[in-house]
Design a protein around this ligand. Structure first.
Ligand SMILES: [Zn+2]
Length: 236
C-alpha cells in the first residue's frame, strides 16, 4: 500500500510538471501567434493605405487628362479670336474662355488637394512600413528563441511522459482512473496530505476513526468532503 501511495505521489508530481510544461509551451505558441497577428494587422493597414494612394493617383491622372483637354480647348478657342467678325460673338467667346479657365483653375486646385492627400498617406505608409519592419525584426529574433524553447521543452515533455507511463504502468487501472478523474476535477491535486486529523486539500476535519485507519496505511482512503485521495507523512 505504501508503495502504491508513493507511486501515486510520484505520478502526481510528474503530472504537475507536465501540465506546467504544457502551459509554458502554450504561452510560447501564443507569443508566436501574437507576432503573426500583429504583422497581419499592420500589413492590412499598409494594403489599405496603398489602395487609397492608388485610388488618389488614379483620380489625379483623370483630372490631369481632363485638364489637358480643356487647356487644348482654350488654346483652340483663343486661336479663333482674330477671325471673329462681330462684337457679340467676340464677347461670347471671351466669356467661354473665361469660364473654361476658371474651371481649369478648379481642377488644378482639386489636383493639388489630391497630391496633398497622397503626401500625407505616403508618410503614413512610411510609418507603417517601419512598424512592420520592427515587428518582423522582433519576430525573427524572439521567434527563433521561442522555437528553440519549444524544441527544448518538447524533449523534456517527451522524457516526462515516458517516465509518467512507466510509473502509471505499475498502478492498478482502477486506482489510476480514479486518480485521473480527480486530477482533472481538482485542478491537478488528486492526492493530498492529511495531517493532524485534517485533509489539507479542503482543510476539513476527517472522522477520527478514518484518520486512524489512514495512519496505518492499509488501504486507499479518500476525503469524505473533497473526495481526494489521502496520504500521510510516514517518514517522520
Ligand atoms: Zn478534503
Amino acid at each position: 500500500m505504501q508503495n502504491k501511495m508513493n507511486l501515486l505521489r510520484d505520478l502526481q508530481e510528474i503530472d504537475l510538471e507536465i501540465s506546467a510544461i504544457e502551459t509554458t509551451r502554450q504561452n510560447y505558441l501564443d507569443e508566436l501567434d501574437t507576432f503573426a497577428a500583429d504583422a497581419t494587422r499592420v500589413q492590412a493597414m499598409l494594403d489599405q493605405l496603398n489602395d487609397e494612394v492608388a485610388q488618389l493617383q488614379h483620380d489625379e491622372a483623370e483630372l490631369q487628362q481632363g485638364l489637358l483637354k480643356e487647356r487644348d480647348n482654350v488654346t483652340r478657342v483663343e486661336a479663333r479670336l482674330p477671325e471673329i467678325q462681330t462684337q457679340k460673338e467676340y464677347v461670347a467667346v471671351l466669356k467661354e474662355i473665361d469660364i473654361a479657365k476658371k474651371a481649369n483653375k478648379d481642377v488644378e486646385e482639386q489636383m493639388q488637394a489630391k497630391q496633398q492627400e497622397v503626401t500625407t498617406l505616403e508618410s503614413d505608409l512610411l510609418e507603417k512600413e517601419g512598424e512592420l519592419a520592427a515587428i518582423q525584426e522582433k519576430s525573427e529574433g524572439r521567434g527563433a528563441e521561442l522555437k528553440q524553447l519549444l524544441a527544448e521543452s518538447e524533449e523534456v515533455l517527451l522524457k516526462r511522459t515516458q517516465t509518467r507511463e512507466s510509473v502509471a504502468a505499475e498502478l492498478p487501472v482502477s486506482l489510476l482512473r480514479k486518480y485521473h478523474t480527480l486530477f482533472k476535477r481538482r485542478g491537478g491535486l488528486a492526492l493530498v496530505l492529511a495531517r493532524n486529523g485534517a485533509c489539507l486539500g479542503c482543510h476539513m476535519q476527517l472522522p477520527p476513526q478514518q484518520y486512524n485507519r489512514l495512519l496505518q496505511v492499509h488501504e486507499i482512503q479518500t476525503c469524505p468532503h473533497c473526495n481526494r485521495i489521502l496520504y500521510v507523512d510516514t517518514e517522520k
